[in-house]
Design a protein. Structure first.
Length: 153
């Protein structure tokens, strides 16, 4: 009996921006910058302070944006690593039957449902169940094994 299987994974949790401010919340005050000491005209001094303040604020916002983008990218790639991702659903098809999606409220429940299905179809096939996947040996099987261990399945 042939069983076709594919898993879909997502990052676990949410990105952790601890210690990185929201770029939109960064405000540089006039007191944080010093005007060019050579300037004497009050209007030119105010314009110099405003230009430096805006440049410093843009610089800090850009740095915060880059830091958040790096955290987002690291978080997104978590869907490819069993210790940082989780199984969202499992696509399964048996022989000529149409595909089904196994998806429960929790990852643990989804994996339990998959386990019950594999036991059922293995028994039905008399131990001659062949599981077909795309990249299953390098991704699906190791990912499923680690996530199942996490849930003690």
């Amino acid at each position: 009996m042939n069983l076709y299987l594919d898993i879909e994974t997502i990052p676990d949790g949410s990105p952790d921006y601890e210690g990185i401010p929201d770029p939109a919340s960064i405000v540089v005050m006039h007191e944080e910058v010093q005007p060019d000491r050579r300037l004497k005209n009050p209007e030119k001094i105010a314009a110099d302070i405003e230009r430096k303040r805006a440049a410093l604020q843009d610089e800090r916002r850009e740095a915060a944006t880059k830091a958040r983008d790096a955290i987002d990218q690291h978080w997104k790639t978590g869907s490819l690593e069993p210790l940082r991702g989780r199984v969202l659903c499992v696509g399964i098809a048996v022989e000529d039957g149409g595909p089904k999606v196994l998806m429960e409220d929790t990852e643990e429940a989804t994996l339990e449902l998959l386990e019950r299905g594999l036991v059922h179809y293995s028994a039905k096939a008399g131990g001659r169940l062949r599981i077909w996947t795309w990249n299953g040996g390098r991704f699906d099987r190791p990912f499923l094994a680690r996530r199942a261990l996490r849930h003690r399945l």
